[in-house]
Design a protein around this ligand. Structure first.
Ligand code: COA
Length: 326
């Protein structure tokens, strides 16, 4: 018995922040941002919107699309690095909004590959026995809440959004064919949020030092990201026994168009087979892949039987790819 994605849904906040808006905030230019990243604009959550609010909207959309109700969901996993609060889990807050008291719910923090990690965990749980039949997997982020809008090195990159998928058992040949996950915690300090946890609890000093905003050594992250994304795709394809030329769609984490280009080149995949929406949303971390999948569904790009490869890399470092037959 396999596991497949029954449906996907996504939500992004209404407010658009363009590169031209950023030109007024920091020393940057639309030209620089487009050339170095491929990003033209991103969505920004409102002051009263938290990650669970975005996750809720995305969930309503996947329920609508699959004709299911919250009661049909047996478990909720939310992949996020920007939870509403350290605890309770964003998944618990989402469960309460959905009115399905009693169902297990937890967050999974694997940064940008959070959705991929969560898919693999859900696959494992669905494979055990008949305890769970439908698992809701959400990737949701409000990265702009931890972005320093005085730091041009990072503030041009990130955006907010959420995507949700419902996974179910499936005895056809559709579904997840392979997953390859990896990590390297020795490189943690290349991309991290210094304060607000047990290492550096919030204090006047941490606030004054702007330690509640993410820090990144972009150039180094870039090198590892290219390698991690490429390796993940190659390894996952090997595990699935699928040749690169059989791939119909590569759906990469949207961090930088140059990283996406390099990943596609590694398996000689033409860019027509690579889904790119970074120009409109920037890097939405764990939300980027499910947002892309939902858009592809909306546009009728995903056809049953197609081979789809999901791949991501992020803080930790963590990385991973999933090969599936849609
Ligand atoms: N506008 C204008 N100039 C900028 C800028 C901005 N927004 N941000 C940085 N610069 C400057 C730098 O200060 C540097 O100037 P210097 O040479 O005088 O020091 C110059 O541009 C080049 O910086 P560099 O860091 O080498 O640029 P880059 O080509 O590596 O691009 C990133 C920077 C951040 C876009 C790129 O490194 C990247 O995408 N890294 C990976 C980020 C990522 O994916 N993170 C999430 C992982 S999921």
């Amino acid at each position: 018995m396999g596991v497949r994605i029954l449906g996907v849904g996504a939500y992004v906040p209404d407010r658009v922040l363009t590169n031209f808006d950023l030109e007024k905030m920091v020393e940057t230019s639309d030209e620089w941002i487009v050339e170095r990243t491929g990003i033209r604009e991103r969505r920004i959550a409102s002051e009263d919107q938290a990650t669970s609010d975005l996750a809720y909207e995305a969930t309503l959309r996947v329920l609508d699309r699959t004709g299911m109700t919250p009661e049909d969901l047996d478990m909720i996993i939310v992949g996020t690095a920007t939870p509403d609060m350290p605890f309770p889990a964003t998944a618990c807050l989402l469960q309460a909004r959905l009115g399905i008291k009693g169902r297990p719910c937890f967050d999974l923090e694997a940064a940008c590959p959070g959705f991929i990690y969560a898919l693999e965990v859900a696959r494992g749980l669905l494979s055990i026995d008949d305890t769970y039949r439908h698992v809701l997997v959400v990737g949701a982020e409000t990265l702009t809440k931890i972005t320093d809008f005085t730091d041009r090195n990072t503030c041009v990159l990130f955006g907010d959004g959420a995507g949700a998928a419902i996974l179910t058992k499936d005895d056809s040949d559709r579904g997840i064919l392979s997953a390859y996950l990896g990590g390297d915690g020795t490189l943690a300090d290349l991309l991290y949020l210094p304060a607000g946890g047990s290492r550096r609890p919030a204090s006047i000093e941490t606030i004054q030092n702007r330690e509640h905003f993410l820090k990144m050594k972009g150039r180094e992250v870039f090198k590892y990201a290219v390698y991690g994304m490429q390796e993940s795709v190659v390894r996952a394809l090997e595990l699935a026994g699928v040749k690169p030329e059989e791939v119909d769609w590569l759906v990469p984490h949207q961090a930088n168009l140059r990283i996406i280009d390099a990943t596609a080149k590694r398996i000689h995949l033409p860019m027509e087979k690579v889904y790119v929406n970074i120009d409109r949303y920037g890097n939405t971390s764990a939300a980027s892949i499910p947002i892309a999948l939902a858009e592809m569904e909306d546009r009728g790009l995903l056809k049953p039987g197609q081979i789809v490869v999901l791949v991501a890399f992020g803080a930790g470092f963590t990385w991973g790819a999933i090969v599936l037959r849609w």
